[in-house]
Design a protein around this ligand. Structure first.
Ligand SMILES: [Zn+2]
Length: 163
């Protein structure tokens, strides 16, 4: 069953589809649940294209993908072996397609409004991870700035026999 062209208030009422949209809402899409795969992309190329330390992608077979709205708002940037699409109104990265997986479309996990049926447990490009990327270090509240956390200084362990 295909999702309606303009679902309106309908979001995840139909559990067979996982829906998402760009920041401004002009581009709306859905993939059939569950997704094919989900992975964290730490590559330098994706970092440069998105501005983020890493991007978590959810992949779907293209035949299980539907564009619900906003076709005219999608801009496409191609380079050898791949294409990246984004919303020309709000700039949100939308789709990442690779020639070597030409039947698959990858979509940022963060654009989905609900569950996709895949846990992102794969990492690509870890060797490219910058030293400023957050890796889960312990944090504590920053005094005077509600909602802001600061990484604690790492305790250096004294070499054995020092004291
Ligand atoms: Zn947009």
């Amino acid at each position: 069953m295909a999702p309606p062209k303009r679902p309106g208030k309908r979001t995840l009422a139909n559990p067979e589809w996982a829906e998402g949209n760009c920041r401004c809402g002009a581009v709306r899409f859905a993939i059939m649940y569950p997704a094919l795969w989900a992975w964290h992309d730490h590559s330098a190329a994706t970092r440069a294209a998105t501005g983020a330390a890493a991007m978590t992608w959810v992949g779907s077979w293209k035949k299980r993908f539907r564009l619900l709205d906003g076709e005219d708002e999608i801009a496409r940037y191609e380079e050898p072996g791949l294409a990246r699409s984004f919303c020309r109104r709000c700039g949100t990265p939308l789709f990442y397609e690779r020639d070597r997986s030409r039947h698959v479309i990858n979509i940022p996990r963060g654009l989905f409004t609900g569950r996709t049926g895949r846990e992102p447990r794969y990492h690509a490009g870890l060797k490219d991870m910058p030293d400023w990327a957050y890796k889960g270090e312990p944090v504590a509240p920053l005094k005077g700035f509600p909602g802001i956390m600061i990484e604690r200084k790492r305790k250096k362990t004294a070499p054995e026999g020092m004291f």
